[in-house]
Design a protein around this ligand. Structure first.
Ligand code: ATP
Ligand code: ATP
Ligand code: MG
Ligand code: MG
Ligand code: MG
Ligand code: MG
Length: 256
């Protein structure tokens, strides 16, 4: 009976396909809220940017970095977050489906658990879900190009959305606002916002630059002689330019 059982289970196992991510590459797990256009409407997010919704996303990302220690950096904007695993990580033997499902389910349950902290007056009306995918970036330069691409996307979308909602709040219909913005260049948008008294560059850096969450070496307490040995590293959040080389030059330990 045991022999038959073993043969059978080997046969069943043979259908499992290997989905190991390429070794010695940076694995990026990007998660994105499912139908958050609707979710943000149902939960009456402030437009174009609900600060508390972004703070909630950021708090979840911090929890993810603390939970999965092989993650070295993450970048988030709107309803998405990209998590970067260190190059030589052997987390779950680099099996894509395991890593993606763990991160996306952990993030999602954090989002639900922390909802009340960020929206004490708002009931969570239905369970949010996120999709996730894994992408391998083979070199430092390509990984940096990936992150720069997400931050450029943040800028383009935020500039557009800020104009769109300024027009809508001034009394235009959504169709009219969309039509008014068709074919406009970046400079036109700066001017349109200036017309509404909005200095784009003075807006909250979290809206303009997105959020970076990463490990940083804690600096010892300079005033006291006692340095807590367990607090050598901590997860921090910043809204900085990650396109320019400067950030990476001043944080060399993140990507080694
Ligand atoms: P999909 O399931 O394909 O991702 P989606 O509706 O989530 O569909 P996205 O392209 O991911 O589409 O866009 C996210 C949407 O969520 C945007 O329409 C944006 O307006 C809204 N959203 C996300 N975060 C916020 C926020 N902090 N404040 C206001 N709106 C937000
Ligand atoms: P892994 O992360 O590798 O899956 P695991 O601890 O979840 O580790 P499993 O092989 O999945 O290991 O086993 C699930 C464990 O959860 C078992 O040890 C079992 O005792 C416990 N468990 C799950 N469901 C129940 C349940 N309904 N009642 C009691 N124990 C349960
Ligand atoms: Mg999507
Ligand atoms: Mg989405
Ligand atoms: Mg999105
Ligand atoms: Mg289990």
């Amino acid at each position: 009976v045991e022999d038959v059982s073993k043969t059978k289970s080997d046969y069943i196992r043979s259908f499992i396909f290997e989905n190991k991510l390429m070794p010695s590459t940076w694995i990026v797990i990007r998660i994105d809220g499912c139908h958050f256009h609707r979710f943000s409407g149902v939960h009456e997010f402030e437009k174009p940017n609900d600060v508390q919704a972004l703070n909630l996303m950021n708090a979840c990302a911090m929890a993810v970095l603390q939970e999965f220690q092989d993650l070295v950096f993450s970048y988030g904007v709107s309803d998405e977050y990209s998590f970067v695993l260190k190059k030589n990580s052997n987390f779950y033997q680099r099996q894509a489906s395991k890593i993606v499902s763990l991160i996306v389910s952990f993030f999602t349950s954090m989002y639900v658990i922390k909802w009340r902290t960020f929206f004490p007056q708002k009931e969570l009306k239905y369970p949010p879900s996120f999709d996730g995918r894994a992408i391998c970036y083979p070199s430092y330069d390509v990984l940096r190009d990936y992150l720069a691409w997400r931050q450029v996307d943040c800028h383009i979308n935020n500039q557009y959305n800020t104009c769109f909602w300024a027009l809508v709040k001034s009394g235009k219909s959504k169709n009219e606002a969309q039509h008014a913005l068709k074919g406009t260049q970046s400079q036109d948008k700066y001017e349109l916002l200036a017309h509404f008294g909005i200095d784009y560059n003075a807006l909250n850096p979290m809206f303009r630059l997105g959020s970076s969450v990463f490990w940083e070496d804690a600096v010892g307490d300079e005033n006291g002689s006692f340095v807590e040995p367990l607090l050598k590293r901590k997860v921090i959040i910043d809204h900085c330019n990650i396109i320019d080389k400067e950030f990476w030059d001043t944080h060399p330990s993140i990507l080694h």
